[in-house]
Structures are given as C-alpha cells and as structure tokens.
Design a protein around this ligand. Structure first.
Ligand SMILES: [Mg+2]
Ligand SMILES: [Zn+2]
Length: 194
C-alpha cells in the first residue's frame, strides 16, 4: 500500500502570474513566467522522505482556450521537471488535463473530477484514504474529497471556505501538517501497557 500527496501546480508549486487584462492571477503562459515558490523543494523532500509518492494533478485549459500552444505548455512542464530533477525529487506521475468544457466539451479528467487520483490508485496501488490533496482552489479540494483523500487548502486565510480538512499559507507549512499528522496517527495506532 502506498500513500501519496497529490499536488496542484499553479499557486502551490509555482507562482500564479498577474494578468492585467483579466485582473486576475493566472497560470504562467511562458516558461519565463514559471517560477517555483520559496521552500517548495524542501517541502517536497520532506514529503518524499516521509514515504509519500508525489503526483502532480493540474488543469491547464489555456491550450483549449487558444491562449497557449501545446509546445509552450510542454516547455513549462519541462522547466518544472528539470527543477525537480536538479533537486533529486521524483514525481511518480504528472497528470495534466488540457480540456475546457466550453471549448473542448466535457472530459473525464478535469478537476474537480477525481479521475487522476483513481488512476494513481489503480496504477500505483495508492491507498487514497491515507493520502492528501493539496491545492489553492475549491476544485482541488473537491477533487481530493471525492476521491476519499484528505485535503489541505493553500491560502492566506485562517479558515477554509471550501471545506478543506486543513489550511496552510504555503506548501512548506502544508507538508509539515501532513508529516506530523502521519506521526500522530502512527503513535495512536498501538499501545504497550505493562
Ligand atoms: Mg492552483
Ligand atoms: Zn480533461
């Protein structure tokens, strides 16, 4: 049985980019805009060393919307993978949905649907009830919940508005929550009384 942490990408691993045209923070549209957030590598290392498989689960609808080419999305992914490889962090799989319902119709893989988590369960023997989903949008947390995983919302707020089990300001804090929860449940799973 494997335990896993499923990670949303934008806003969790890397910065969202301010788009003045839409007055919103959005996914990077070029490799140059892709920048890991502080302490992401130590956080991933902590989770890996605690025995979790790591998975990326990311909606990237900008190709479907005509805002980015597949080769640009591939180049952004390559930058992420290179940064992880340089730091000796391995992801078991990267799961991307490139669909968008308005442009490509409904699909089976776009969060909040739990498709990729179920696929990880079937392919890698992941026990979802022992696993976590970390994300910054309600769709991430709903995805994790639907799959039966626990959830951490990345947010500057002090209380989750999307029903996440836990809330943390960044991935470093989230990984400490996940690892210490693991230690607590291990400690409570046996007693020696003499
Ligand atoms: Mg996000
Ligand atoms: Zn999809």
């Amino acid at each position: 049985m494997n335990r896993a942490v499923f990670l949303d990408r934008d806003g969790v691993l890397n910065r969202n980019i301010w788009n003045p045209a839409t007055s919103a923070y959005e996914s990077p549209l070029t490799p140059e805009q892709f920048e890991l957030l502080p302490n992401v590598i130590p956080a991933l290392t902590l989770l890996r060393d605690a025995g979790f498989l790591l998975f990326l689960v990311s909606n990237q609808p900008n190709y479907a919307k005509g805002k980015a080419s597949i080769s640009t999305l591939d180049a952004i992914h390559a930058k992420l993978e290179a940064a992880l490889t340089d730091s000796n962090v391995q992801f078991a799989a990267y799961y991307y949905c490139f669909h968008h319902p308005t442009f490509t119709g409904e699909c089976i893989c776009r969060k909040p649907l739990p498709y990729f988590l179920l696929r990880a369960r079937d392919t890698f023997g992941v026990e979802l009830t022992q696993s976590w989903m970390v994300g910054d949008r309600p769709s991430d947390l709903q995805c994790g919940r639907t799959a039966g995983a626990r959830t951490v919302e990345i947010s500057d707020r002090t209380a989750s508005t999307s029903g996440a089990d836990r809330i943390a300001p960044d991935l470093w804090s989230a990984s400490q929550i996940i690892v210490s929860d693991q230690v607590e449940s291990a400690a409570s799973s046996f007693r020696v009384i003499i």
